[in-house]
Design a protein around this ligand. Structure first.
Ligand code: FAD
Length: 634
């Protein structure tokens, strides 16, 4: 048995789980994800692996196979550093903190958990209902009217819904938009559905009801196309079997949410779905969140599952900020922030520690107040980074600052900008010192990543896309820094900012003399970045010399040991390093400009192509534009 400790553990492998993983990984929470192994008889990837074309997931105008879509989800999760285990979580312990999750081979201790184990659409089994030879599953038989109802094979054809509850009524109504007629087959003589739903369905002239009916066989169409052609329906009272022509059969007999492994540790509703506080993904246990079909019996769509996956990751992130999870050590007792639980009640019961030992309270978090050993450091989320970067880009800088006080005034203005930004309304408050520190980290890492990207760009081969180059840059960064680059959002924001480029370039030129400017604007040029890695070396070259070293004699002494006796001392002047640094930045800026020029060229070619491809007569303006573009190209 291996034991892992993580900030966030995600259980599930459908759109909800992977969206949560992408968000959590990008927020540097390094999530662990258990995708299950044939959990509830569904392959890793979830329900979408049981269908063919998905035509309603945005971004795929021509549709995409369910298995291909989930493969893309998985790839994107991994790209940002999610660690995925193909194992099923059998048991959990949410009674104490950290939460515990168990598989056959591992135990995970997690500060927050996201449950996104989905649900399984119930299906009936009869001759012709299966997937193999002679079966019509996905070839006329489906368990999701909303997903598949609009498919051409169902248009203006007789369709059947099996079921007697609200879903059956709703789906039958929905299908009347597409089918020539919709039969509801129910094996009892009365419906379970609410009166209002029954009334709505039964008053629809396109709907016909077959009570006491049970489908015993599905057969193919007359043309031998291998799609559903009709059903044999048995009357369960008389035993008579009749024939019903139908091109579509939809099971609406309910879903089974995958919640058994929770063993009653989260509040479930009468149908076994996890109960969440409306408008959030919070469950009855603080720190455990639920997303996707496991908590949604109404919408049950890939996109709505993905949406709640995003919410769960953001909810988990805020929760971790509140409890300061990074500082929680095993054995510590954490008192919950006053929390409104799903049913509207309020509780501030202390959490018990994961090992059941309750010691003196090392720290508490109550009403936002902190006491004891807890540090108040809160992790920055990508959303906060973006607000900070905007603040930096939109705040005037003093290039020459005489005193430290004025340096701090710059950061005070940044903090003021930050707190007045509408985008930061729901984000934690940040002091000017926090802003400065964070900016330094962002600037430092992004500078290094720019170097790696630049390097990757120069090695780009003909078949490589922009995404491939970014991946290579990630690899360079990891190889050199021994850690992942997690600030892509910041890089994307800064990479086309001329202001930022000219800032780092200006700092480079003025490095020897105006140290204050560096401090004032949160430059990263501290001697602490003097590590041995390639990237660090590059970054050191790309950036001006360290503040401390520039304070010294005005020259840096590098000592090289050739053998035990001979020590050769080489002197490198500041001028040489500055000149290196300047030329490197100039190269970088030139590359950036080249990149922009290349993009412009491509978009002009695209424009010309669309004008040339137009079948109708071009307007006068379009004609002029076309000729101008052709002239340019030639
Ligand atoms: C036949 C069919 C066709 C569909 N077509 C469409 C469509 O075209 N468009 C659309 O938007 N929606 C469609 N849907 C609905 C869509 O698939 C679901 O709404 C969506 O997949 C729900 O996503 P989810 O992340 O909540 O969970 P799921 O997709 O249900 O995935 C959850 C997965 O978690 C894993 N898991 C479960 N328990 C455990 C455990 N204990 N430990 C580890 N892992 C576990 C399993 O692999 C499980 O399948 C269709 C559904 C079906 C059944």
């Amino acid at each position: 048995m291996e034991t892992h400790k993580t900030k966030v553990c995600i259980v599930g492998s459908g759109p909800a789980a992977h969206t949560a993983a992408i968000y959590a990984a990008r927020a540097e929470l390094t999530p662990l994800l258990f995708e299950g192994w044939m959990a509830n008889d569904i392959a890793p990837g979830g329900q979408l692996t049981t269908t063919t074309d998905v035509e309603n997931f945005p971004g795929f105008p021509d549709g995409i196979l369910g298995v291909d879509l989930v493969a893309k989800f998985r790839k994107q999760s991994e790209r940002f550093g999610t660690k995925i285990f193909t194992e099923t979580v059998n048991k959990v312990d949410f009674s104490s903190k950290p939460f515990k999750l168990f598989t056959n081979t591992r135990t995970v201790l997690a500060d927050a958990v996201i449950v996104s184990t989905g649900a399984v659409a119930k299906r009936l089994s009869f001759a012709g209902s299966g997937e193999g030879a002679g079966g019509f599953w996905n070839r006329g038989i489906s368990a999701c009217a909303v997903c598949d109802g609009a498919a051409p094979i169902f248009r203006d054809k007789p369709l059947v819904v099996i079921g007697g509850g609200d879903s059956a009524m709703e789906e039958a109504n929905f299908l009347t938009k597409y089918g020539s007629k919709v039969y509801i087959i129910h094996r009892r003589d009365t419906f379970r559905a609410s009166k209002i739903m029954q009334k709505r369905a039964l008053s629809n002239p396109k709907i016909e009801v077959i009570l006491n009916g049970s489908v015993v066989e599905a057969y193919g169409d007359e043309n031998g196309k291998g799609v559903l052609g009709g059903l044999k329906v048995k009357n369960v009272v008389t035993g008579d079997v009749s024939d019903l022509k139908a091109s579509g059969l939809f099971f609406a007999i309910g879903h089974e949410p995958a919640t058994k492994f929770l063993d009653g540790q989260l509040e479930l509703d009468e149908d076994g779905y996890v109960v969440t506080k409306p408008g959030t993904t919070k469950t009855s246990v603080a720190g455990v969140f639920a997303a996707g079909d496991v908590q949604d019996k109404k919408y049950r769509q890939a996109i709505s599952a993905a949406g709640t996956g995003c919410m769960a990751a953001l909810d988990a992130e805020h929760y971790l900020q509140e409890i300061g999870s990074q500082k929680v050590e095993l054995g510590q007792v954490v008192r919950a922030t006053p929390l409104t639980v799903y049913n509207g009640a309020s509780t501030s019961t202390p959490f018990t520690v994961y090992n059941g030992v309750s010691t003196s309270t090392p720290f508490t978090v109550d009403n936002g107040e902190t006491t004891g050993r807890r540090e108040t450091r809160c992790k920055w989320s990508p959303a906060e980074d973006v607000v900070l970067i905007n603040a930096w880009l939109n705040t005037d800088k003093y290039i020459i600052v005489a005193t430290d006080q004025r340096a701090s005034s710059f950061w005070k203005r940044i903090a003021a900008y930050y707190s007045s930004s509408p985008a930061a309304a729901s984000l934690p408050k940040r002091e000017s010192s926090h802003c400065k520190q964070r900016w330094q980290k962002i600037n430092d890492s992004v500078c290094k990543f720019v170097e790696c990207y630049d390097h990757a760009l120069r090695q780009r081969t003909s078949g490589q896309s922009e995404d491939d180059v970014v991946q290579v840059a990630y690899q360079f960064y990891f190889d050199d820094c021994k850690k992942r680059f997690t600030l892509e959002h910041a890089w994307r924001k800064l990479r086309h900012s001329q202001k930022w480029y000219s800032y780092i370039s200006k700092c480079s030129k003025s490095s020897g003399s105006s140290k204050r400017a560096k401090l004032d604007e949160g430059g990263t040029f501290s001697s602490s970045s003097n590590t041995k890695s390639n990237v660090e070396e590059h970054a050191m070259v790309a950036r001006p010399i360290g503040v401390k070293s520039s304070k010294g004699e005005g020259e840096n002494v590098v000592t090289k040991t050739t053998n035990e006796e001979n020590v050769v001392t080489t002197k490198t002047t500041n001028e040489e390093r500055e000149s290196n640094s300047r030329s490197r930045l100039e190269n970088l800026w030139a590359l950036n400009e080249k990149d922009i020029a290349e993009r412009n060229k491509l978009s002009r070619i695209e424009l010309l192509r669309s004008l040339l491809g137009k079948t109708e007569k071009l307007s006068e303006k379009e004609e002029t534009l076309k000729n101008k573009l052709i002239d340019e190209m030639l």
